[in-house]
Ligand binder design. Structure first.
Ligand SMILES: [Zn+2]
Length: 73
């Protein structure tokens, strides 16, 4: 897989990603599987992972300002 920005190689890794779930609420997903470019800061998330992310976010409490969830692969 190649980076669509610079053409560098994309490598499978894990990252902690913040997601805004409401005007004042943020969920941080720990150890989320992503592809990170080895040359620039670009990254991408597979569709299957994104679906899991949506499920996780749907189950979080949107009244909480900050929630940290470990991504369960
Ligand atoms: Zn790149």
């Amino acid at each position: 897989m190649k980076c669509h920005v610079c053409g560098g190689g994309m490598q499978s890794t894990q990252s902690d990603m913040p997601f805004k779930t409401g005007p004042h609420s943020i969920v941080i997903l720990k150890e989320m599987p992503v592809f990170q470019c080895s040359n620039c800061q670009e990254f991408l998330v597979e569709d299957a992972v994104m679906e899991q992310v949506e499920n996780i976010l749907a189950n979080t409490d949107q009244g909480t300002e900050l929630e940290i969830v470990r991504f369960a692969a």
